[in-house]
Design a protein around this ligand. Structure first.
Ligand code: CP3
Length: 343
């Protein structure tokens, strides 16, 4: 099916665009009252994420209500550990929790490599419904967590400021660490290929905890697995978002990916110099700008657009939108990007 609005896809591929495309990480979620209305009728996040018709509905909400240039499938990065045999719970207001964690080589051996259709069929079904119901209005982004970030949750068992249990494992048992990272990588490749077969137009890897590793650890335990995924996925364009990994930008530039996501600590001009002309950059407004008044949001958004320039840029925040930001502020950001032509 030909897309009516393919700005995002063209920007990702490095083709010319009349204006900068825009979407927001975490756009499908609690910022929208319409999302909360769907969510309230259910037992929780996991029921919503595992009910394809409802996951599809909340995926499309930001396209209708906010006017973004891409949809992102409503799911979570933690479906991969679950598909490998390590289930999670989503504790209200606290975040993810794993009743069992990985501690020993036997624990790693017990985990399976996820099968996309058998273990994650509910996500693939949601993607098929979204593609049908979007009917080509905008492209659909599929996603997964990068192996290091998934590893961090599987060892730690929950969110953490330091992820010191997960980092400890890298130093104490690098053999176990590499074995688990490889199993996560194999699962992620199968999963992303499944998402693309089901209809995802672009896939994004979220390495949310990249920034807590030293540059050397990142090169040893994170980048090689991201590289494997980028090399294996040849069916669709790929975006890699390594949060806080400002030290890794030149390394990320060597990956076989199309787009690199930047957080707000990364200067657009400096990032372009480090990455070179061959990749699209995505980001990177500080999500906290959206707490400010409308004039400030417009001013900061224009400043960001000017810094990135008119081509090979996808406008986004530097991380997911915070749930207490009001939709009118999000719309102000989106409208400012859509109207901007003053490069
Ligand atoms: O709109 C979208 O971006 C698509 C949906 C999406 C979710 N999670 C839904 C979600 C995406 C892309 C994610 C990715 C994700 N999940 C990441 C990587 C991006 C990042 O933020 O760094 C991470 C680290 C997770 C793990 C996770 N899931 C945490 C730490 C939490 C709790 C914090 C929170 O925001 O509540 C979640 C829960 C979660 N994932 C929610 C949503 C909408 C909130 C649950 C709810 O609605 O009750």
């Amino acid at each position: 099916m030909t897309l009516q609005n393919d700005l995002f896809l063209r920007a990702v591929r490095g083709e010319k665009t009349e204006r900068t495309p825009v979407w927001l990480m975490r756009q499908a979620g609690r910022i929208l009252p319409e999302y909360r209305a769907v969510r309230e009728k259910l037992s929780g996040f996991i029921e919503l994420a595992t009910t394809p018709a409802l996951a599809a509905e909340v995926t499309i909400q930001p396209v209708d209500l906010l006017g973004v240039d891409a949809a992102i499938i409503f799911s979570d990065i933690l479906v991969i550990p679950e598909a490998m045999g390590l289930p999670y719970e989503m504790v209200e207001k606290r975040g993810p929790y794993f009743p069992e964690t990985v501690k020993t080589p036997a624990d790693v051996a017990r985990l399976r490599v996820a099968d996309a259709e058998a273990d994650l069929g509910y996500v693939l079904e949601a993607i098929r419904i979204v593609k049908r119901d979007l009917a080509g209005r905008v492209p659909l982004i599929g996603f997964a967590g990068a192996p290091w970030t998934i590893f961090a949750y599987m060892i730690e068992g929950s969110g953490s400021k330091t992820f010191s249990k997960a980092k400890r494992m890298l130093y104490v048992d690098p053999v176990l660490s590499h074995a688990l990272l490889q199993k996560i990588t194999d699962s992620t490749i199968a999963y992303l290929k499944g998402q693309i077969r089901a209809g995802a137009d672009v896939v994004q890897l979220f390495d949310s905890w990249a920034g807590i590793l030293s540059p050397e650890q990142y090169r040893t335990f994170a980048l090689p697995y991201i590289a494997q995924i980028c090399d294996a996925i040849t069916e669709a364009p790929k975006t890699v978002f390594a949060k806080d990994a400002w030290f890794a930008r030149a390394d990320l530039a060597a990956l076989h990916c199309d787009t690199i996501g930047l957080d707000w600590t990364m200067d657009p001009v400096e990032s372009r110099q480090l990455v070179g002309p061959g990749k699209t950059l995505q980001g990177n407004l500080d999500p906290c700008v959206l707490y400010a008044d409308f004039d400030t949001i417009r001013r900061e958004t224009r400043k960001m657009l000017k810094a990135f320039g008119p081509q090979r840029h996808v406008a986004n925040l530097g991380h997911g939108v915070y749930p207490d930001i009001t939709p009118d502020k999000v719309k102000c950001f989106i409208e400012t990007v859509k109207e901007f032509r003053e490069w």
